[in-house]
Design a protein around this ligand. Structure first.
Ligand code: ASP
Length: 318
């Protein structure tokens, strides 16, 4: 019998059970479940994996708990710069945007880039011009402000992190002082298999707190933070983006499956091990063409969940 399934994540990092009250933990889980329901309802009506991952990610972008869309972190200048991408496993078409400041749902813009432009990756003002040209919903920059992210940025603001980043001693100082804040990643993502056997993946993020100089992470980079190919799998990553870019993480999961014939879980584990060997932290979710789901990470926790047509449905943090 044909099967459909999907998985979502809301970021990974140095999460500890003691960081959350039971009510807070429940709130995160409820939001993950809601996101899954949005995607599930599309898939069960024979909707496409692409529509499902976009709907899940949009839902999480609108939820202020996660670092994407509303709730995005602040950069060095106290602004939000958001990145997103989406990929269709059937056609290998992809769309991505980076450093957008006024687009309410960056994942929707990424999809528009994929479907309405001759390009794959648009950035900054050009991406926003493209969004306005197609009348995509824009928001005032203040829409993305949230007290939690502001408080996180205020702790880093004035620490002169950008300068410290140029020397290894200062780098480790910063890492130690702010380890907990800096190692929580709240990016969101979704992967899905639909009843037609098509796979899709999408990822969206506000990036890392206090980032500067137009820094772009892995989330909008096809092959690093997001990848989908009907022959193998769909993957969405979260974590310290630089390591995922250097590892070409999302594509590597697919490559390991096709070149080494690894299972989805073996491939994900190998990619996460490689990232650990570089001292990188994070996680990923993936689904293969048979509907097997893998969710692996090498840090304290990852907000994650899955739901499928066999009635399996679960969400976890740790
Ligand atoms: N991967 C994202 C980035 O490096 C951050 C995250 O996953 O939260 O921009």
């Amino acid at each position: 019998m044909k099967k459909f399934c999907l998985a979502v994540h809301g970021g990974a990092g140095a999460l500890l059970p003691s960081d959350f009250t039971p009510e807070e933990e429940e709130r995160y889980k409820i939001e993950l479940k809601q996101a899954l329901d949005h995607g599930y309802n599309i898939l069960k009506e024979n909707g496409s994996a692409l529509d499902a991952v976009e709907a899940c990610v949009k839902y999480l972008e609108d939820c202020p708990l996660f670092n994407a869309g509303r709730g995005s972190v602040y950069n060095f200048d106290g602004k939000h710069e958001m990145d997103a991408s989406i990929m269709c496993g059937a056609t290998l078409k992809a769309g991505a945007v980076a450093l957008v400041r006024r687009v309410k749902n960056p994942v929707a813009l990424a999809r528009l880039v994929m479907e309405r432009s001759d390009y794959v990756f648009l950035c900054g003002e050009g991406a926003e011009q493209f969004a306005e040209f197609y009348n995509i919903e824009m928001a005032d920059e203040t829409y993305f402000d949230t007290p939690l992210r502001l408080a996180q940025w205020m702790k880093l603001k004035g620490t002169d992190i950008a300068q410290l980043d140029h020397t290894s001693i200062s780098k480790s100082d910063v890492h130690t002082d702010n380890q907990k804040e800096n190692s929580k990643f709240g990016t969101v993502g979704a992967v899905a298999l639909d009843l037609q056997g098509n796979l899709a993946a999408a990822t969206s993020t506000g990036g890392m707190t206090n980032k500067r100089f137009g820094r772009i992470g892995d989330s909008p980079i096809i092959g690093a933070g997001t990848y989908a190919n009907n022959q193998t799998c769909a993957v969405s990553c979260t974590g310290h983006g630089e390591y995922f870019i250097r590892s070409v993480a999302a594509y590597d999961v697919s490559a390991l499956m096709s070149y080494k014939n690894l299972s989805i879980s073996e491939a994900c584990m190998e990619v996460i091990n490689n990232i650990s060997n570089l001292n990188g932290k994070g996680g990923l979710i993936a689904v293969d063409k048979n509907g097997n789901v893998a969710m692996h990470f090498n840090c304290g926790g990852m907000f994650r969940g899955m739901k499928d047509s066999d009635g399996k449905s679960e969400v976890f943090i740790f």
